[in-house]
Design a protein around this ligand. Structure first.
Ligand code: GDP
Ligand code: CA
Length: 341
């Protein structure tokens, strides 16, 4: 296998990619060519405009993580960050105060916003930013593509007794960062998604892949949105590459984040099997050939295999690069020998 395409959110996707690339460079992935190329299609439905700047949290998490610029404890933003800009903005009383832009991070958003203002597409901007973050380490081997150049935003409906409708809709970032996903999500709205177009290279990356991987990213607000970009599902259905995913749900809940809340909002069972069955078997109109679940969910394997999805239970905690590379190895092994198509 030479061409690997990964559909990624932020932290979960980025950590998986770190392990996958570690496995590639240490020869720990039998079945994958040593010179294999990785294309990352990243979610952009978390993106927001804040203080006049275009911020793309998932693109930046992947870029900083693979470029060794990430803050390893937080898992997002720049390492050795300082927060003078945030403090100064707060002194002016400017909203939103809940979304803190780090001083180093601001430079990325300034470059991005200026380039967008000058007429470049988000894909072109991302490519330019990656010349700093990915090219020095990875050369042409790793490409990062936004799922779309169009503006797409996930919004969350929450209960609000004071609103006439009894509900209020907030941007996903406000739900996650300000409200910490502590209020129930009643519904999700993906503004702009159904009339978006895939960014240049996205459909080809799926169609021409030898392997497509769904890392343990959020199935609703990360991978779900990528799948919602017109033509992406069709490309997954048509590709000759096997499609394999790894469960972000372990032991009945997410490892971090808010997958439990957003799965509940769309009526999907919060379990490793629930997510796998939600994606569905490719043979029956879904997208998966294989689904890895954590060993503590091993009793759910028959539910997947019974639905026509190859399934194995293995350790799925991304504790370090070796453990994560072992997850990538298990994913390759599960679907080796083809997609069954
Ligand atoms: P986000 O955009 O930053 O929220 O990141 P992603 O969507 O890429 O990934 C979030 C998902 O990663 C969450 O649903 C977590 O449950 C999952 N996740 C984080 N760490 C781990 C891990 O070590 N193992 C597994 N299986 N899932 C994880
Ligand atoms: Ca995200």
């Amino acid at each position: 296998m030479r061409n690997i395409t990964v559909l990624s959110g932020g932290i979960g996707g980025a950590r998986f990619l770190q392990g996958l690339l570690h496995g590639l460079t240490t020869g720990a992935l039998p079945g994958i060519d040593a010179g294999a190329e990785v294309t990352v299609v990243a979610n952009t439905a978390d993106d927001l405009w804040v203080h006049g700047l275009k911020v793309c949290p998932d693109l930046d998490t992947v870029m900083y993580t693979l470029g060794d610029g990430i803050d390893p404890e937080r898992g997002w933003g720049r390492r050795e960050e300082t927060w003078s800009v945030r403090t100064e903005l707060a002194e002016y009383g400017v909203e939103p105060t809940w979304f803190g832009l780090g001083d180093r991070d601001v430079a990325t958003h300034l470059v991005r916003t200026q380039m967008l203002d000058a007429g470049f597409s988000l894909s072109q901007v991302t490519e330019a930013l990656c010349r700093r973050w990915l090219a020095p380490t990875w050369g042409d081997r790793v490409r990062l593509l936004p799922m779309s150049d169009d503006r797409i935003e996930t919004h969350v409906a929450i209960a609000d007794a004071e609103a006439p409708s009894g509900r209020r809709v907030v941007h996903f970032q406000e739900y996650w960062v300000r409200l910490r996903a502590q209020v129930p999500a009643e519904a999700l709205v993906f503004v702009g998604l159904d009339r978006s177009a895939p960014a240049a290279g996205v459909i080809d990356a799926i169609t021409d892949a030898d392997l497509v991987v769904l890392p343990p990213s959020n199935p609703v607000v990360s991978i779900g949105t990528i799948l919602g970009v017109p033509r992406v599902r069709e490309a997954l259905a048509a590709t000759t590459a096997p499609v394999v995913g790894l469960s972000p749900i372990v032991g009945g809940t997410h490892v971090r984040g808010m997958a439990e809340q957003v799965l509940t909002a769309i009526g999907v069972e919060v379990s490793a099997a629930g997510v796998g069955l939600h994606y569905g078997s490719r043979a029956e109109g879904g997208i998966l050939d294989g689904w890895l679940i954590d060993e503590r969910d091993a009793d759910q394997v028959p539910r997947l295999t019974g639905a026509g999805i190859a399934c194995e239970a293995v350790p799925l905690m991304m504790t370090d690069h070796d453990a994560t590379a072992a997850m990538a190895r298990a994913a390759v092994r599960l679907v080796e020998g083809g997609s069954g198509r």
